[in-house]
Design a protein around this ligand. Structure first.
Ligand code: AMP
Length: 174
């Protein structure tokens, strides 16, 4: 694999990563994850969405609200390597995986990688539930309204519109 230099805008792949936190200093956790992505040599950060605060869906009752956002990156990594960088950042920032859908310091999901389609349990692309989640589609549509879901063949803006109005989405003022 040829590793491109960081400032080479020809890093060949485009990906979108969703970030979420509902434990500790949530905004700080997201900023730290963005910093860790940025300091990875094979990753260049593009647009960063506004952050939104949303009530937790599922998981233990009464868990704190999430702050969510989406970042676009360019990378020379493979999807598998990019996911493992995300998982390393989750570990570095102290995420434990005790409770499924439970509170987490930081959650990084690989939403999409170019037009790739994958259906392995370890890596499903695009992320299988992204188009049903307002807290993912809203920030994605903010930064990439014309991105086309490679399976559903709809843009981020139209997938978001299909979810209808959600009053529970509001920009975080933490
Ligand atoms: P979660 O606990 O929600 O972060 O889920 C992590 C698990 O989902 C890991 O075992 C990943 O290998 C798997 N996974 C499958 N597809 C993806 C994806 N597109 N992004 C992040 N994790 C994924």
């Amino acid at each position: 694999m040829v590793t491109k230099s960081k400032n080479d805008s020809s890093l060949p792949h485009q990906a979108f990563i969703a970030l979420g936190s509902n434990l500790g200093r949530r905004k700080k956790n997201i900023t730290a994850a963005l910093g860790a992505l940025e300091s990875t040599r094979e990753i260049e950060i593009g647009a960063i969405s506004p952050l939104y605060e949303t009530d937790a869906e599922g998981g233990p009752e009464g868990q704190p609200a999430f702050i969510n956002g989406v970042v676009s990156v360019r990378t020379s990594l493979s999807p598998e390597r990019l996911l493992s960088v995300c998982q390393r950042i989750e570990s570095l920032l102290g995420r434990t995986r005790d409770i499924q859908w439970g509170p987490r310091t930081i959650d990084l999901d690989l939403l999409a990688f170019d037009d790739e389609i994958a259906s392995e349990p370890e890596l499903t692309l695009p992320h299988p539930m992204m188009h049903e989640r307002g807290f993912v589609m809203k920030p994605l549509a903010d930064i990439a309204p014309n991105w086309v879901h490679p399976i559903l063949q709809q843009t981020a803006a139209s997938l978001l519109a299909g979810l209808g109005e959600r009053d529970w989405i509001h920009e975080s003022d933490e």
